[in-house]
Design a protein around this ligand. Structure first.
Ligand SMILES: *Cc1c(COP(=O)(O)O)cnc(C)c1O
Length: 355
């Protein structure tokens, strides 16, 4: 008999767990490099230009992480003592460990949402631009697309346009946390330039669904990117022959973008298998990209127990809250692995219903 321990692990904790493919490793080893702090690395320079061109922005800055590109961007938009507003479950508010306050003296206030889905009115209701001497002035708004903790949800273009129109008249700027903008682009079919034009700065990740081992790019005006380049160095984020990493980014853009639709299809398989046994825990109709949220609120199991039981059965998933578990599909999965995970997870949910 084959036991769970003899089968390959199905790792659904994140789309950051992928290993560089053979083709990507070949691109890395063939990369032309130079000292990027001197601006000499041709592979980094061409990746920055390529990303900027894709999004219709004037310039780009390569950095090690999406947290760093988010933080460099919002530093360009918000001065010390001013305020950034964002959704209460956004990565910037919850998962960057207070960096906006620590690095930039920025205060943050948040609006509540359902599944991270943007409603322009929710943001405008808490925005306080030009607040004078008594209140903190809101100077920028950050939007996450897709929304990670919201369950990979895609923002409505109409709400983004409405928010831009409402906020621009009082001088507020907008930042897009586009760590998974690629998934939104594939799911919704909009042009990258079309969405980018509503934002002053953008952060994109090559290390999520696109499968590069490292790498994010901040996009914006020439002035913002030049200043962010200085701050990147000041934080210790200047890298040298980093074309070996940028080459992986080029490879990901050349090859992996169309593969995201497979991730979305596989997330649907997982969502439907879970929803079939526990419709209160998973709403498959809300799963539109590569993230499946499992809400354990109505079941007799908590996240830690669920994660451990799944792990014992060879399936690794992530606990995002005490009663909320996240599954993420990615490049290193196969239909076979996904089918096996679906059986394991549905079985656990079934047991939690009757426990
Ligand atoms: C992953 C992620 C980031 C950046 O994360 P790093 O680990 O710092 O690269 C930013 N925003 C969102 C929404 C993310 O999911």
């Amino acid at each position: 008999m084959t036991t769970a321990s003899q089968l390959p692990i199905v790792d659904l904790r994140s789309d950051t767990v992928t290993r560089p493919s053979k083709g990507m490793l070949a691109a890395i080893s063939a990369a032309k490099v130079g000292d990027d702090v001197y601006g000499d690395d041709p592979t980094v320079n061409s990746l920055e230009e390529r990303a900027a061109e894709m999004f219709g922005k004037a310039a780009g800055l390569f950095a090690a992480t999406g947290s760093l590109t988010n933080q460099l961007a919002i530093k360009m938009l918000v001065k010390p003592g001013e305020e950034l507003i964002c959704d209460e479950n956004s990565h910037i508010a919850r998962a960057e460990l207070g960096a906006a306050a620590v690095f930039s003296g920025i205060t943050t206030r948040t609006w509540a949402s359902q599944n991270g889905i943007l409603k322009a009115d929710d943001a405008m209701r808490i925005a306080r631009p030009n607040s004078g001497v008594h209140l903190v002035s809101t100077t920028a708004i950050a939007i996450e697309n897709t929304h990670n903790f919201g369950g990979g949800t895609v923002q409505s273009m109409a709400e983004i346009v409405a928010l831009r129109q409402a906020s621009l008249s009082s001088g507020m700027t907008m930042h897009l946390d586009g760590a998974r903008i690629w998934n939104a682009h594939i799911a919704q079919g909009f042009e990258l330039k079309e969405i980018a034009k509503y934002f002053d700065t953008i952060s994109i990740c090559l290390s999520k669904g696109l499968g590069a081992p490292i790498g994010s790019v901040m996009l914006g005006s020439k002035e913002h990117v030049a200043s962010a380049r200085v701050w990147r160095k000041r934080y210790g984020g200047g890298m040298r022959q980093v074309g070996i990493i940028a080459a992986a980014g080029h490879y990901a853009l050349d090859n992996n973008l169309p593969l995201l639709k497979e991730d979305h299809r596989r997330a649907q398989i997982l969502a439907q298998a879970c929803a079939k046994v526990a419709p209160n825990a998973v709403d498959a109709s809300k799963v539109v990209t590569n993230i499946v949220g499992i809400e354990l609120g109505s079941l007799n199991i908590d996240s830690a127990t669920f994660v451990q039981a799944a792990k014992d059965a060879g399936v690794w998933v992530g606990a995002i809250g005490p009663k909320y578990v996240r599954l993420v599909t990615h490049l290193d999965l196969t239909d076979e692995l996904v089918e096996r995970a679906a059986v394991v997870l549905a079985d656990l949910l079934q047991k939690a219903l009757v426990a």
